[in-house]
Design a protein around this ligand. Structure first.
Ligand SMILES: Nc1ncnc2c1ncn2[C@@H]1O[C@H](COP(=O)(O)OP(=O)(O)OP(=O)(O)O)[C@@H](O)[C@H]1O
Length: 849
């Protein structure tokens, strides 16, 4: 398990807080430097000649003499970002992969190069992008699919199946608004490319039997409040971003401190991770505007979390056992500038910021001092981590849950001497603090076969494990001592016996050694067996649990299967219904289409029939109108003839001569002859060698025997009154031709109009036809007769009134009225007298028309 101390009984192995110093280049080359690098681990700080220096128009008295400081490593201004990473941060990525936590922070005054060291730029990337690059280079072949590891909200993770992960991915891709926790913008914004990174390191401790995922979270501590820089931006009712909400710190079950509710964004590449960091930076900028803060006045902490879990024995899926998941973390911290309050030269909010920064850094210092004291004296006085959020969050690191490294950034400008002294004092103190080393994460591996201990070696270095030789040497020869003075046999026997004794001792030794080896092997085997037994028991317990879970899952599966069956059946029913409905729908559509085409056909047919009928009716109407017109014309002629005869009777039978007939009353005698008609053109119509002048005004009735040409325009309304002009035209034309005019001596033009009372007023314009010398004809208009019609019923009231009015008029007028009325009476009588036919009715009818 990760982060366990070596043993409960054994004193843990500790490492000191590693402190390196980096001296940045001078802002002005001519300026004197207050720092001198002596060697790889030592620097000298000198206050310079002048002990008085000025900052922000305030003179400070330098109170220190030349100081020598020792660090783990010292890097001068020429050190490259890459070299710094190699020497300082690379091992921390190694540790991360091995399941160990790490804390790397930069410390120093403002503008000493903390951010440059930690983040760098695209051209000169710092620790942050290089760590990410190395990490992703290492795990690229064993990276888990996205969303397989799921943060549990309590600083841990659990594993979900690939299918669930895929579902979640689809959900996030399709419905990003429903899963706002992971900002998808990050993926699209992953366009950073670091130019001089070229790390391509790979950590060799990657376990191919495991799968890895990387999560990042980014927080800042400002005025002793912790803010999440990757969380969702909350909006107020006016859609403006709300000021950020601070977060609480909590301890997880492994005694690690974490920011509760912080957003952990899963990233698949360096670019994606850096994009997340950039997004956090942007959020930080906005938050600072809202909080009226300065950018370098807060501590920023980027956590890179590497999560790993072993694969199942088939190497396909990740084991979902939570105890097998290891989450290690590397915290990269860019602390706020450590200068003293007097240096900031600011008041109000800025002075509060400086106070908080100093307070948190001071708490860090005090905690480290207390730790050092405890370690020195073996005491266990309480370390007051809770006095600031910074130390509270880092508590677990100082208590042995990871490695701590610090890069002290120093500005060599002489004006910074005093501040630098404070910084190096803090750094020197910090590196005396020992931090317990945490264990590597032992990833789960299936039990393997036991290897026997290596065979014991003989004295000459050869192995005799296989065929041990226990013989004492050559067998005894047949020795017979025949003579006491046999000097050959006895010494030979002695030497042989001595050899045998030596062999026997050697065999004894070997046997005892074998015995020892055997005993130790036996005991290790016994131990191993015990551990295997224990493992077996664990496995059996696990198996029992798993079997239980499996049974439970089986039951759930069965339940779900039965539900599934029900759902399938329901789906089938619905499908069937759907099909039926679709069939019905298509039938209805077909019917609708056919009925539409039928109705279109019918419409066309009806239209044709209507057109035919209309044409037929029109034809019929025209025919009838023509017939009626002919009939009417005939009647008219008959009436004309009758009227003419009546007039003749009246004029010959005692009528008053010299009086104009009522029907032919000339209302306005023409003073000027009308000389031309524009609508009739015979080439010289009206244009002759000289205008013919009427010798005298003749009444039309006096020329009744002439050859009359009646010009009756087709629009003329037949009034069918009894009294008609006593002219019998020889020819009636609608439009006279020159030939018609040439054949006539008199010309009669009928003109109609509506008078003021709405009655039809017919004017008969009479003319005489003259032949001109050039062979043309001229018409000289000599007379106009106006025929007016009066409706007796309509005009009765009027006439009574007018008669009453007229009673008071002169006698001459009365006589004239009498005379007139007598003529009217004659006319009326005539009208009634002519056969009492439908003349009056005709007049009335006409009016009605
Ligand atoms: N070693 C260096 N080489 C080149 N430039 C550097 C170096 N260190 C710092 N700088 C430059 O100095 C400027 C200030 O550095 P930086 O922002 O890293 O300081 P800081 O300590 O983080 O300041 P603050 O506390 O205000 O955040 C930057 O423009 C940075 O590029």
């Amino acid at each position: 398990m990760p982060r366990k101390l070596n043993s409960r009984h054994i004193t843990p192995v500790t490492d000191p807080v590693e402190v390196c110093a980096r001296i940045r280049n001078k802002s002005n080359n001519k300026e004197e430097s207050c720092i001198k690098v002596i060697n790889d681990t030592t620097i000298h700080l000198t206050p310079g000649d002048s002990k008085l220096f000025m900052v922000n128009n305030i003179y400070f008295l330098s109170s220190y003499q030349q100081t020598e400081c020792q660090f783990s490593r010292v890097f001068d201004s020429n050190v490259s970002q890459k070299r710094l990473f190699d020497c300082v941060a690379q091992t921390m990525v190694d540790d991360l992969v091995r399941g160990k936590n790490g804390l790397l922070f930069t410390y120093g005054v403002t503008s000493s190069g903390k951010t440059y060291t930690m983040t760098g730029s695209l051209e000169e990337p710092g620790f942050l992008p290089r760590c990410l690059d190395m990490l992703f280079n290492s795990i690229t072949a064993v990276q888990a699919s996205k969303y397989v590891f799921v943060p549990d909200g309590m600083n841990g993770f659990h594993v979900q199946s690939e299918a669930d992960a895929l579902l979640e991915k689809q959900e996030r891709d399709i419905l990003p608004q429903l899963t706002p926790k992971t900002p998808n913008k990050i993926e699209s914004a992953a366009t950073f490319s670091f130019r001089n990174i070229n790390v391509h390191y790979k950590e060799k401790n990657i376990n191919p039997e495991c799968r890895y995922s990387v999560f990042v979270s980014y927080v800042e501590i400002y005025n002793d409040y912790v803010y999440d820089l990757l969380g969702d931006v909350q909006l107020d009712p006016f859609n403006r971003p709300k000021p950020p909400q601070s977060k609480r710190l909590r301890e997880d079950k492994n005694k690690n401190m974490f920011v509760y509710g912080v957003s952990q964004v899963e990233v698949a590449s360096t670019e994606e991770a850096f994009a997340a960091f950039q997004q956090g930076q942007e959020r930080r900028r906005i938050a600072h505007t809202q909080l009226n803060a300065e950018s370098s006045r807060s501590h920023s902490i980027l956590n890179i979390r590497l999560v790993q879990a072993p694969l199942d024995p088939l190497g396909e899926d990740l084991l979902q056992e939570r105890s097998l998941i290891c989450a290690s973390q590397l915290s990269l911290v860019d602390l706020a500038g450590s200068e003293r309050m007097a240096r900031t030269g600011a008041g109000g909010e800025r002075s509060r910021e400086a106070g908080n920064i100093n307070s948190s850094l001071m708490t860090l210092r005090r905690c480290l001092e207390q730790l050092r004291e405890n370690q020195k004296n073996g005491s266990s006085d309480m370390v007051k981590y809770r006095n600031s959020k910074l130390t509270h969050l880092f508590k677990s690191y100082f208590e042995g849950h990871g490695k701590v490294k610090m890069v002290v950034c120093l500005n060599p400008n002489m004006a910074e001497y005093d501040e630098n002294i404070h910084v190096v004092q803090f750094a020197e103190m910090a590196q005396q603090v020992e931090v317990a080393r945490s264990e590597d994460f032992k990833s789960f591996t299936p039990p393997t076969t036991l290897h026997p201990s290596p065979p014991p070696q003989t004295d000459d270095g050869e192995s005799d494990w296989e065929s041990p030789d226990y013989s004492l040497g050559q067998p005894f020869p047949n020795l017979e001592v025949m003579d006491y003075a046999d000097n050959e046999t006895v010494p030979g026997l002695i030497s042989m016996l001595e050899h045998r004794i030596g062999r026997m001792n050697a065999i004894k030794k070997r046997v005892s050694r074998y015995g020892e080896i055997f005993r130790s092997n036996l005991s290790s085997c016994t131990q191993h067996e015990q551990s295997v037994q224990q493992q077996l028991k664990d496995c059996e317990a696990d198996l029992a649990n798993k079997t239980k879970e499996l049974n439970k899952l089986d039951r759930q599966v069965k339940k779900l299967e039965s539900k599934n069956q029900v759902l399938t059946r329901t789906t089938q029913v619905f499908e069937k219904e759907k099909k039926q409905l679709q069939d019905q729908l298509s039938d209805a559509e077909a019917m609708l289409k056919s009925s539409q085409s039928d109705s279109r056909r019918l419409e066309m047919k009806m239209k044709g029939a209507v057109a035919n009928t209309k044409a037929h009716v029109e034809k019929e109407c025209e025919k009838r109108v023509r017939t009626v017109q002919t009939e009417m014309q005939e009647k008219m002629w008959v009436k004309d003839e009758r009227l003419r005869q009546l007039k003749n009777i009246i004029s010959t039978g005692g009528g008053r001569e010299g009086r104009p007939t009522a029907a032919r009353r000339c209302q306005t005698p023409l003073k000027q002859p009308i000389s031309s008609v524009s609508s009739v053109s015979t080439g010289c119509w009206g244009i002759g060698p000289g205008p013919p002048v009427a010798t005298k005004h003749r009444r039309s009735c006096s020329a009744s025997h002439s050859n009359w040409l009646a010009h009756l325009p087709s629009s003329t309304v037949q009034t069918e009154t009894i009294l008609q002009p006593a002219i019998r035209p020889n020819k009636v034309v609608n439009v006279p031709s020159p030939k018609d005019v040439a054949g006539a001596s008199k010309y009669l033009l009928t003109h109609q109009r509506e008078d003021g009372t709405g009655e039809i007023e017919t004017q008969l314009v009479k003319g005489e036809v003259f032949h001109t010398r050039s062979g043309g004809q001229q018409v000289q208009f000599v007379d106009i007769e106006t025929l007016k019609q009066h409706d007796p019923q309509k005009n009765e009231k009027k006439s009574i009134t007018s008669r009453r009015k007229r009673r008071s008029e002169t006698s001459i007028e009365e006589a004239s009225v009498d005379e007139q009325s007598s003529w009217t009476d004659v006319e009326t009588r005539c009208a009634y007298g002519i056969g009492n036919t439908n003349n009056v009715a005709a007049v009335t009818n006409k009016r009605k028309k």
